[in-house]
Design a protein around this ligand. Structure first.
Ligand SMILES: *Cc1c(COP(=O)(O)O)cnc(C)c1O
Length: 372
């Protein structure tokens, strides 16, 4: 039997490259025989999960014989953002809602527009539908204000009659760059009505900048706007998987049709709901991050390394040489960061902001690797 699974697969499945997660701590410790490794590779919260979410998780365990009920969290999120519950779509992480948008709006022959250094999941979601990724060059590395940032005029110009989705992360991962209110507003005004704009705000809770736009304020004005948020970053719940989209009700209705009925589990619902109330933890996480960003940026710059502007919980650093051996050297010193060659940045490493002592550790290790 000459069975060829690849020949039978959809064109998109054949083109897909599996997502490469940051190396897990236990894997590094196993492979290198190290015991006190630190992971600053996946933009996770170094302070742990929200304590209120932890208590909620313990309390919900007795109820896991029941299927999940999304109602309470959906209502709470609607209230939080000043929209009806029918404008909220929950996901198994915000990756899930990105995928729902793709599945609801992308067909083979259609395209999704996103930036050269855009999030890997935009590739995955687009190719899973056998649609075409339309990748737009970013601003040049020599750009005065926002090197490697989104080039909104170029993104706008690349939208064509077959574009159904535009993915735009603000701040962006893996660069940390951002777009401000007037330019984003002008962009949304100009996007034609046959394209959905997905504004991915996974890191917005870390941002402390007056000119930074909150996409939810525009929901009533742009019926083609989808704003996505996540509990994986500042709320410290990456492992339970919960994210959501806010959109006009027709878009939410369509996303909901594509959704697996029980896509968010009981633990995620309870933890997310409790974490929303944990304003103290969020504020503490943001403050820790602010100090850590300055610490990492300052240390890298004093080593003579260029750091891409970032207002998220990571920095993307040009190590001035191919980054793969530097990444390896850091692993040997028990520090996991993220190589970003798959994002078109072969000389950069992305470092998640940790606690002060974690940052110290990565700075010392980086100095040692670059010296060697
Ligand atoms: C981390 C991240 C997310 C969140 O993914 P989850 O599935 O919610 O864990 C979404 N978008 C971007 C750009 C990210 O970096």
């Amino acid at each position: 039997m000459s069975f060829d699974a690849y020949a039978l697969a959809t064109p998109g499945a054949r083109r897909l490259q599996p997502y490469e997660p940051g190396k897990p701590l236990e894997q590094l410790e196993r492979e290198y025989g190290i015991t006190d490794a630190v992971k600053l590779a996946s933009n996770e919260n170094p302070l742990g999960p929200s304590p209120m979410a932890q208590r909620a998780l313990e309390a919900v365990l007795q109820g896991v014989n029941y299927y999940p009920d999304q109602h309470a969290l959906v209502q709470r999120l609607g209230e939080r953002h000043g929209v009806a519950g029918s404008a909220v779509t929950l996901g198994n992480g915000s990756n899930d809602v990105l995928d729902l948008v793709a599945r609801a709006f992308l067909l083979p022959g259609c395209n999704a527009v996103f930036s050269e250094h855009g999030f890997a999941v935009y590739w995955l979601a687009t190719l899973a539908c056998s649609a075409e990724p339309k990748v737009v060059p970013a601003l040049p590395s020599s750009h005065a204000e926002m090197p490697y940032g989104h080039d909104l005029p170029a993104m706008l110009a690349s939208i064509d009659a077959r574009t159904r989705v535009v993915f735009l992360a603000n701040p962006n991962n893996p660069t940390g760059t951002w777009v401000e209110r007037p330019e984003l507003e002008a962009f949304l005004d100009a996007v034609p009505e046959h394209a959905i704009v997905v504004l991915d705000e996974a890191y917005i809770e870390y941002v402390d900048l007056a000119a930074f736009p909150d996409g939810t304020a525009w929901l009533s004005r742009y019926p083609n706007l989808v704003v996505t948020r996540t509990f994986s970053k500042i709320y410290g719940l990456a492992g339970v998987r919960c994210g959501y989209a806010l959109s006009s009700e027709p878009v939410a209705d369509l996303l909901s049709r594509m959704r697996h009925p029980f896509n968010v589990n009981n633990l995620a619902l309870a933890a997310a709901s409790a974490a929303l109330d944990d304003a103290g933890f969020v504020a503490h996480s943001a403050a820790t991050n602010r100090a850590g960003l300055a610490q990492l940026r300052g240390a890298c710059q004093s080593m003579g390394l260029e750091v891409i502007p970032s207002i998220a919980n990571f920095v993307c650093v040009d190590v001035g040489r191919p980054a793969a051996p530097v990444y390896e050297g850091l692993l040997q010193r028990g520090v996991i960061v993220r190589p970003v060659a798959n994002y078109g940045l072969p000389d950069h490493l992305r470092i998640t902001v940790g606690r002060a002592e974690d940052n110290e550790r990565v700075i010392d290790a980086l100095a040692s690797v670059l010296r060697a």
